[in-house]
Design a protein around this ligand. Sequence first.
Ligand code: BDR
Ligand code: CA
Length: 317
Amino acid sequence: TTNVLLDVDTGVDDALAILFAVAHPGIALLGVSCVAGNAALPQVVQNTLKVLDAAGAGDIPVAAGATRPLIAAARDASHVHGSDGLGGIELPATGRRAVAQGSVAMLREQLLASDEPVTIIALAPQTNLALLLRTHPEVAAKIERILFMGGSASVGNATPTAEFNVWHDPEAAAIVLDSGIQTFMYGLDVFNRVSVPFEQAEALQSSGRRAERLAGALLSHRIGMGPGHEPVYTGLIGDAGAVCALVDPDALRIERLPVFVELAGASRGQTVVDRRQFPGEDRMHGLHAEVGLTDVALEVDADRYADLFLRTVALLD
Ligand code: BDR
Ligand code: CA
């Protein structure tokens, strides 16, 4: 099993990722840290605690982290995830509580306590991780790698070129990419591909198992896009795909490429992925020589991940 810390902004598809991570026998979930992103922080924390209940998870520490990005203004994604972050899906009240320490302290404690190196899976703006690495740089030695949902080597979603998590806190993503820790980018190139057909999502909602019913409801959630906020069914497993990437990387085509975050102008928040066949004039002149390499997922066997997701969540009660 792999020791994993999850960083989330739950979030319809973060909820799917939490169900998957709890269910998968190859994952030992050491803790979940919350950050403002899809919804405001208190809502993200409540959603996360309730989804852990629905997953029947053990006593996993959940910590509240950053309430806003490092520098950028706070902007939620309620047009995608609803004002409650969970698309209006009502979950029972929970007896779980967040730990008293904040995300940075919880992440540090779990990293230092772990005998084995830990993989951090970031499904949200990377504010907590940037703060962790700047406050306690010594924890880097305990981090195997940071696998993040974010960025794109092609189109964006928040803007034509920028993906939401990176766009929400570009400086934080830049700190993580420049940290020297091995990074893995599960971006929109693959994120947008893996979905469950509507009939299947709907059928799950009448499952005898609580976790499957929740997965069905989450997958059936429609996103209000367009000028009139027209509801669109996507069926995307979304962030859950980034957790699939940990346990089944062979379903991906991955290239190790230079990646940096654009911090200024209209393309602020874009991950610039250098996919050129030959180095160009910038390299001749020694420009951007310091840009680090990231493993970028460029293609996915989408059916295989949709199937892996459904089979794994079926393991829960
Ligand atoms: C990312 O942004 C959020 O809306 C989703 O949860 C996902 O992490 C996609 O751009
Ligand atoms: Ca997310």
